[in-house]
Design a binder for this molecule. Structure first.
Ligand code: CO
Length: 133
């Protein structure tokens, strides 16, 4: 199996109950201005970025982030790495026995994204991002 190219860190996702409050907090912590909130209906979240932190507010309890909040409360949700070719990466990782949540990448805030199951990644929800252009 060929070795992948290095996949740089992209962002961490943090699950929050109130996007406006969390955005103000991270603006204070990081000294950076947050992006305008963006609704990703297909993923059931409203998101906003402050630096390399993605804040995720669920649109309903019956969504992946909504269920996460019920189970764990607010906090670290996922870590994302940037990949040049997300389909090739999913194929490579699946072949190596990694359990993939999204066999087909879906549109995220900055490009195509896919999640790997924490069962096969040491308890950490991992997101792969193939950024637009
Ligand atoms: Co993310």
């Amino acid at each position: 199996m060929s070795r992948p190219t290095h996949h740089p860190f992209d962002h961490v996702g943090v699950a929050v109950t109130r996007l406006d409050e969390a955005r103000s907090l991270y603006e204070l912590l990081l000294g950076a201005e947050g992006s305008e909130p963006l609704e990703l209906a297909a993923q059931g979240v409203r998101v906003c970025f402050v630096g390399s932190v993605e804040l995720l507010e669920p649109l309903a309890e019956d969504t992946p982030v909504g269920r996460f909040l019920v189970r764990h409360g607010p906090g670290l949700h996922h870590v994302a790495f940037s990949v040049p070719d997300i389909r090739a990466e999913l194929a490579r990782l699946e072949a190596a026995g990694i359990e993939v949540i999204d066999a087909e990448p879906r549109p995220g805030a900055h490009g195509l994204v896919a999640f790997l199951h924490p069962r096969s990644t040491g308890g950490v929800l991992v997101e792969l991002v193939q950024r637009d252009g």
